[in-house]
Design a protein around this ligand. Sequence first.
Ligand code: FBP
Ligand code: MG
Ligand code: MG
Length: 313
Amino acid sequence: MLEAGKTKFQIDLRRYLREDGVDHKLIHLICEIAEASKYIVNSIRTGDLGVAGTSNLYGEEQLALDVLSDRIMRKRLAKSGVVSNVASEETRDIIAVSPHCAGNYSVAFDPLDGSSLVDVNLAVGTIVSIYAGSDLMQPGQRQVAALYILYGPRTTLVYTTGNGVHEFGMNQLMEYTLLRRNIRLAPKAAIYSPGGLRNRYSPGVENFVSYLEENGAKLRYSGGLVPDVNQVLMKGNGMFFYPHLQGAPKGKLRLLYELNPMAFLLEQAGGAASNGRQRILELQPQAIDDCQPFFCGCCEDVAKAEELIANLG
Ligand SMILES: O=P(O)(O)OC[C@H]1O[C@](O)(COP(=O)(O)O)[C@@H](O)[C@@H]1O
Ligand SMILES: [Mg+2]
Ligand SMILES: [Mg+2]
């Protein structure tokens, strides 16, 4: 297997996917998404950082960057020739591209995750979930691939096709080359990222925070799902949660666009992801805008969160 830094040449994403035995249409799709990200990163670096004057399905004000990133992704996917249906956090319905083409894939995505961090110049991302065929309303365990792109000081792409989790970095030529293969999580967290308002936590979640702190876990929270989950994965010993809250029993994060792809990646790294009562990847989505509480990261801590929530709520 190819190793970063152990060969004379950089190993690029397409070559790595081929070596990984990934279906050629899926390779094409992932590489098209990687291409789209070059335009998104350019927009983030130099584009309009203001509001678009519109709102999305969740009633949230859209940034010009939300709208632009969504358009960049949708155009690229529509022209890829291998996509049946797409669903985006920024659009109201599933959009049919070529719904009846056999052998195609369907894609759900969050084009710009962490919009509230744009004005303060913190890291943001794009999250992508891929299914074979045309059905996007399936439990996440049927995903064939998931990935995110992190627009931080460096741009990185982290993917799984069900054969481990691999990280690529964008080089000076804007090509993605291998940084780390087979990223793994330890069983227990040394850092934790708690989302949502703490004074609205349930007793179970409040106890979970105490448990993490008593076990020496340090607070590390940016407010962006992609950088926060990336930190859990790359440090290999973290816990992220955005729980059910008083007044918001389903939390804030979206099953199709955010939780399923992140859960697939975390499980592939030896971690776990739960809504506090059930494995995320087993949940049947009821609507494209379904939200769920989210507890993910090191498997022993996810199990502890489930235990405390079962006992205390
Ligand atoms: O600051 P809040 O409202 O608690 O929410 C933080 C969460 O919301 C998000 O920004 C939601 O994603 P979007 O930016 O794509 O809407 C996550 O990245 C983050 O984990
Ligand atoms: Mg998001
Ligand atoms: Mg978003």
